[in-house]
Write a protein that binds this ligand. Structure first.
Ligand SMILES: *Cc1c(COP(=O)(O)O)cnc(C)c1O
Length: 250
């Protein structure tokens, strides 16, 4: 099988595993969005994923995202199959510097990596200028890893409320977490569970109440290739899968 065929097969396999994990947890698989993480991949590889139905694409670096977006425009002009799926939603999943926000503000669908009020303020400025609202997730660092960005779980509620209370063009729609890579994904189940408990608590206090401060809070982005099934069992509504779709990054 060629690379294109492998990618199409892998997308189906990952979707099957998401559905099975959802079933184990009594969840509807339609409530889980698969983001295909396309960092380092070629436009042809991306096209294979899009043709297999992955219209949510994730990039972790702004420069690469901008290049990819331009290349997919070109692909769209040359591929009918691709055109059918042209409603691509771009997810920025990596650390975002404030001076880069201006480059992504018009095209991004969801920023997963907001971890400070100052970053949110910059998003507000750029979104307001474009007369759009930008949806964001607050990135958590649940294991307290010093080399990783993200807010400590105990700071998330205050940050969410501060943004919701003062930045009308920034919509806080949920939480995102990156957990340590463990040989056995069972080792991170406890962390996923903690993130889920925080998510539920915020929804209970600020979403599922009249005039709640976080009316759009409904997304939980967690789980990557090595642990997405555990993440789905623990309540993820978005999983971010690269290697499992495209093979090992070289
Ligand atoms: C690269 C990346 C992923 C995907 O990782 P895989 O192990 O290849 O599935 C998910 N989330 C973030 C934030 C990433 O940077």
């Amino acid at each position: 099988m060629d690379n294109h065929g492998h990618i199409v097969n892998n997308v189906a396999e990952v979707r099957g595993r998401i559905a099975a994990a959802a079933a184990r947890a009594g969840r509807n698989p339609d409530d889980i969005t698969l983001v295909a993480v396309t960092k380092t991949r070629t436009p042809e590889e991306m096209a294979a994923a899009v043709e297999a139905g992955c219209v949510d694409l994730g990039e972790n670096r702004v420069q690469e995202y901008l290049e990819k977006r331009e290349k997919t425009q070109h692909l769209a002009e040359n591929s009918q199959k691709f055109q059918k799926n042209l409603n691509i939603r771009w997810h920025l999943i990596g650390h975002l510097q404030r001076n880069k926000v201006k480059y992504i503000a018009d095209g991004v669908s969801l920023i997963h990596s907001v971890d400070s009020f100052r970053l949110a303020e910059e998003i507000e400025t750029r979104a307001a200028a474009l007369e759009r609202r930008i949806e964001v997730l607050l990135q958590l660092n649940p294991a307290g890893e010093t080399q990783k960005s993200g807010v400590a779980p105990q700071e998330a509620e205050a940050l969410a409320l501060e943004i919701a209370g003062s930045l009308p063009h920034v919509a806080v729609t949920g939480l995102m977490a990156v957990v340590p890579i463990a040989e056995d994904p069972e080792e991170v189940r406890g962390l996923f569970r903690e993130v889920r408990a925080l998510y539920d608590a915020l929804r209970e206090r600020h979403t599922n109440v009249p005039d709640g401060a976080l009316p759009e809070f409904r997304r939980l982005s967690m789980g990557m290739t090595h642990d997405f099934e555990v993440a789905v069992e623990e309540g993820a509504t978005i999983v971010r899968v690269g290697t499992g779709i495209f093979g090992a990054r070289v």
